[in-house]
Write a protein that binds this ligand. Structure first.
Ligand code: NAP
Length: 292
């Protein structure tokens, strides 16, 4: 079994980005600049946003964090987005999800200028992804592709089963794995909570991508020998062993399945760090005007 080490790979990518930033600056250009909007103070969102800001500093990007109170109105949030859309010093904008219930997430996603949409969630960028036109790919699916590519996992002709059909992970990765591209050319089955005989389907997977948010859902009896497993899930559970009092679990029972896999991502240290690295890569692409 080969461990798909997202932490190491993400660090390699960050080093590559840092080198590119140095050469941009040497050529008299500005540092890439990412703006992030955080609404409220949800613990998990705080952790994610701080990891993103820290990663910006590590590669030499400028970053701006805009914090808004949980009670901010939708129109106030929209006007913050408009300001950033019009600020030519800022290359990328992300709005940390989830948002409070009184704010329409889709409306917010659509308000971001597609040229600055480094999360790759805007319908225009999703459309470009489907049509295989250069775009900002959503960061988590892009991180999965990058891991598969850097570890030379063969995808062409393979059966890829995806569990979960969210807009940010399951649906886009199923499209990307089926595209006629270097990592791709899979025969894809997209499964969800209404899927019948899930176990029969997952047992036929050469590549199994799991993104449903249920800790240790995939067990040994659901896979075949030699499968490559990408575990996207992150669930925080209480722990009496760790100092912090909690630990992270993936959607796959890692210890149960690992010896039967050809490749597998750990949690933590698999897809999570790759997501942040891809966000940085998209911001660099925006600064270099590689997409639009
Ligand atoms: P989500 O929006 O919570 O959707 C979950 C999906 O799983 C839905 O499509 C749902 O089906 C499906 N599902 C639920 N129960 C199922 C079952 N028993 N059998 C088959 N399918 C089932 O998903 P998400 O936002 O993609 O998040 C999934 C997990 O990935 C979470 O743990 C999240 O924290 C993690 N995540 C990690 C990263 C990272 O960077 N590593 C990034 C994003 C998300 P229906 O559509 O039928 O309801």
């Amino acid at each position: 079994m080969v461990l798909l080490d997202g932490k190491k790979t993400a660090n390699d990518i960050k080093e590559e980005i840092a080198l590119e930033v140095s050469s941009l600056i040497e050529n008299g250009q500005k540092k890439p600049h990412l703006a992030a909007i955080l609404v409220g103070n949800d613990g998990a969102s705080e952790t994610y946003i701080h990891a993103k800001v820290k990663a910006c500093h590590k590669v030499g990007f400028e970053s701006t964090l805009i914090r808004l109170d949980n009670s901010v109105s939708e129109s106030e949030l929209l006007s913050e987005i408009k300001k950033i859309n019009n600020n030519s010093d800022i290359n990328g904008l992300i709005v940390q999800l989830p948002l409070p219930d009184h704010i329409d997430e889709m409306k917010i996603t659509q308000a971001i200028n597609p040229q600055k949409d480094v999360d790759g969630f805007h319908p225009e960028n999703i459309g470009r992804m489907v049509l295989n036109i250069p775009t900002y790919l959503p960061a988590t699916p892009a991180g999965i592709l990058e891991l598969l590519q850097r570890y030379n996992v063969v995808t062409s002709g393979k059966h890829c089963v995806v569990i979960g059909r969210s807009h940010i992970v399951g649906s886009p990765i199923s499209i990307l794995m089926a595209r006629n591209t270097n990592v791709g050319n899979c025969t894809v089955t997209l499964t969800h909570s209404r899927t019948e005989n899930l176990k029969e389907i997952t047992k036929t997977a050469d590549i199994l991508i799991v993104a449903l948010g249920k800790a240790e859902f995939v067990t040994e009896d659901m896979i075949k020998d030699g499968v490559c497993i990408i575990d996207v899930g992150i669930t925080r559970v209480k722990s009496t062993v760790t100092k912090s009092g909690w630990k992270l679990l993936g959607d796959v029972s890692f210890e149960e399945v690992k010896d039967r896999c050809s490749f597998i991502t750990p949690v933590p240290g698999g897809v999570g760090p790759m997501t942040i690295a891809m966000l940085l890569k998209n911001t660099l692409k925006s600064a270099k005007k590689m997409i639009y």
